[in-house]
Design a binder for this molecule. Sequence first.
Ligand code: THU
Length: 365
Amino acid sequence: MIKGILFDVDGVIFDSEEFIRQSYYDWYKKRHNIKITYEDLLPYTGTGEPTSIEGLGKTFGLDFDLEEDKKGIYDCYEQIIQGVLKLMPGVRAFIENAKKAGLKLSLATSADRTKLNSSMKATGLGPENFDFIVSGDMVTRTKPDGSIYRYAASGLVLPNEECLVVEDALSGHIAAKRAGSPSLGVESSFPAEPQILSGADCVIKDLSAFPAFSTLEEFNEKWEQLCRSFREKSVIGKLLERAEAAIKNAYAPYSNFRVGAAVLTEKGNIYGGCNVENASFGATICAERGAAMTAVEAEGKTKFRALAIVSQSFEPAPPCALCRQFFSEFADTEMQVYLLSLKSGTYRHTNFGSLLPFAFEFEDK
Ligand code: THU
């Protein structure tokens, strides 16, 4: 059960992403005499100033001072937002509902407190609305590291599984998953699909699309419903559908344990597989490896972005250890994994890094 909300700030609470970009454009023109573009900044969305400034410094070969650049950007930001910064649609009502429902609320931003304070002052949404606030200057590792969201959950005295993260950035969804929290995406900076493939459980336009609620139970029901209907119409639904089609041909006369799998490759193609057993037992091939073999046959060297597995066991079946090692050849820690029991309807979402930390890699030395 979700008992707390951990909000990312820029692009979730404040409609600030455009002003942040403008501050970077202005400051880099003024101080370094270079023209920064939207594309230059996109990979750093949500990562905080140190990561962005260092990244830009490297890209453009700049001689820079981190503190000077940070102060310059924040000063530009403070000037630009006066009288124009707004809350994102639906924020006020969502916070009111959440307070009524007894949800605990935290802010968790990679940006420094200075910038958060400027935004709060400009919009009138003050710190009294939140039970706990974590800003970038309070942690040594910013998003996509999970520490900001771990810190925020501990500030609410809740485990991460019971805290829903609300994010607009890919780095933020990755951070949420690393901390062990489910996450809801809003579409201020990125479309739905890349957010899903970074770990979002559900993506909506903004918080005004979240249905009204007034109790904790009602909030949790609405969240579950939202996830289920989103899943059906998203790439997650397509993957599960493909796995369900594959399970029909599972050949499991010995165990009678039928499994269907589907992988999504970096090219956006989906391939299915089913388990194929053998009288020797040991020669049996799992559904996951079947799907992986088909994908490699079709695309050659490829990368898997997501894996869906369906089974008829009561608990959804995770991939076996052999399949995990096999997949580590074609997947990184951010490959999303969706598990569904066709018997009980139980659904689980995790990622490859949680299933196989510290994977063996061949080093040819
Ligand atoms: N199996 C899979 O296909 N995938 C898994 O992740 C676990 C196990 C199959 C292999 C065998 O045919 C049956 O399930 C029972 O182990």
